[in-house]
Design a protein around this ligand. Structure first.
Ligand SMILES: [Zn+2]
Length: 360
C-alpha cells in the first residue's frame, strides 16, 4: 500500500513536471502527451494552453474532465481512451475545432446534454468498449462526422437522427444489442462500410439496398434468415454473414390455393395498376383522401407478373448466386432474397427458383 502511494506521489510530480515543461513553451505548445501516467485528475493548468492542438491522456484513471478544457478551442485531437469517464462530457461542446475524439475503453453510459452542440468539425468519434445503451437524437449535430465507431456497447437501437449524418462513410456497431436498423439508413448516401456483426438483427430494411456506395457489409452473428429484394444488386466488395440462420435448404411450398382479398385490397389493386391520369375520378379521390396516397406509397411489386399490390398474398424466397465481385463468407453458396407474389395464379406460374416460405 505504501509503495502504491509513493508511486502515485512520484507519478503526480512527473505529470506536473511534464506540464510545467509544456507551459514553459507558453501559448505555442501544440502537443501534450501524458499517456499511462496513472493520472486521476486532469491537470487544470491545461487551461493555460489555448493554442494546444493535440492532447493525449489515454491509459490513465481520469473520472471526469476539468472545466479548463473549455479554453482549448483550437484542439483538433483529444484522446481520453482507457480512463474512467462515465459520460461524454458537456465540456466537449466548447471544443469547436475538434476533429478526432477518442473515448474508447471508458465507462460511458450517456451523453451529457449539449455535449454534441459545438462539435461541428468532428470527423472521427470512437466510443468502442463503453456501456452505452442508447444514443441521443443530438448526434445529428455532428455534421462533419465521417467515421463513427461504437463497437462493444449495449445499444438496443440507433436513433433515426443518426441517419441524417450525410457525410458518414464508416459506421461500426459490432457487438451491440441492436434488433433492427431504421429505414432512414437510406439517407446515408456516402456510407461505404457498415459493420453490424454480433447483434440481434432479424430483418434488414429494404432501404439498405439504396446505399449505392456501400462496399463492406458485415452482418455476421445475427438472426437473419432472408435478405430484402434487390440485395444482390448492391455493389459490395466484402460481405460477411456467417452465424445467421439463413434459408439454406428449399423451404416447404405453401399449400394455400385461394385468393381471399378484402374490398380495400381489390380496390387498391385496381387503383394502383391503372394510371390515375386516365381517370379523373381517381385523381380527385387522391387529392381529397391523403389516406389513399399513404396506401399507394406502401405498394409492393409481384415477383412474377410485375403488378402492384398492397397485401402480400405469399412471401417467397429466391436463391441468388452472390455477385462475382463480392468477397463473401465461405459457407455462402446462394443468397436467399425475399420475393413477394400477388396471387395463387402467379404462384403457380412462378420461376422454379422461387419457393414459398411456410409460416410456422
Ligand atoms: Zn402477380
Amino acid at each position: 500500500m505504501v509503495t502504491f502511494f509513493v508511486f502515485c506521489f512520484f507519478s503526480k510530480i512527473m505529470t506536473e513536471r511534464l506540464l510545467i515543461k509544456a507551459l514553459s513553451g507558453g501559448k505555442n505548445t501544440k502537443i501534450i502527451t501524458l499517456n499511462g501516467k496513472k493520472i486521476t485528475k486532469m491537470p487544470s493548468a491545461l487551461g493555460k494552453l489555448p493554442g494546444l492542438k493535440t492532447l493525449a491522456l489515454q491509459n490513465n484513471l481520469i473520472p471526469k474532465v476539468c472545466p479548463e478544457l473549455c479554453n482549448l478551442t483550437q484542439l483538433t485531437t483529444l484522446n481520453l481512451g482507457n480512463n474512467l469517464l462515465e459520460e461524454v462530457p458537456e465540456e466537449m461542446k466548447y471544443l469547436v475545432s475538434l476533429k478526432n475524439l477518442h473515448l474508447a475503453g471508458n465507462r460511458i453510459c450517456r451523453f451529457a446534454p449539449g455535449a454534441c452542440d459545438g462539435l461541428q468539425n468532428l470527423i472521427l468519434l470512437n466510443l468502442n468498449n463503453n456501456h452505452l445503451t442508447q444514443l441521443p437524437q443530438e448526434v445529428n449535430r455532428l455534421k462533419s462526422l465521417t467515421h463513427m465507431s461504437i463497437n462493444f456497447n449495449q445499444l438496443a437501437s440507433i436513433p433515426r437522427e443518426l441517419c441524417f449524418l450525410k457525410n458518414l462513410s464508416e459506421l461500426q456497431l459490432n457487438y451491440n444489442e441492436l434488433k433492427c436498423i431504421p429505414e432512414e439508413i437510406k439517407f446515408l448516401k456516402k456510407l461505404q462500410k457498415l459493420l453490424l456483426a454480433r447483434n440481434n438483427i432479424g430483418v434488414l430494411p429494404k432501404e439498405l439496398c439504396d446505399l449505392k456506395k456501400l462496399r463492406i457489409l458485415d452482418i455476421a452473428g445475427n438472426i437473419i434468415r432472408i435478405f430484402p429484394s434487390g440485395f444482390q444488386d448492391l455493389k459490395l466488395r466484402e460481405f460477411y454473414c456467417e452465424g445467421n440462420p439463413l434459408f439454406l435448404q428449399w423451404p416447404e411450398i405453401a399449400k394455400q390455393q385461394e385468393n381471399v382479398w378484402s374490398l380495400q385490397e381489390i380496390t387498391s389493386r385496381f387503383v394502383i395498376n391503372h394510371p390515375a391520369e386516365n381517370n379523373p375520378f381517381l385523381m380527385d379521390a387522391m387529392e381529397w383522401y391523403p389516406e389513399i396516397r399513404r396506401i399507394i406509397s406502401q405498394r409492393k411489386t409481384c415477383a412474377v407478373c410485375g403488378q402492384y399490390f398492397i397485401t402480400t398474398w405469399l412471401e417467397c424466397v429466391q436463391f441468388v448466386p452472390p455477385p462475382k465481385a463480392w468477397k463473401i463468407s465461405k459457407n455462402l453458396q446462394l443468397v436467399p432474397v425475399r420475393a413477394l407474389v400477388c396471387s395463387y395464379k402467379c404462384f403457380t406460374q412462378r420461376d422454379p427458383n422461387l419457393f414459398g416460405i411456410a409460416r410456422v
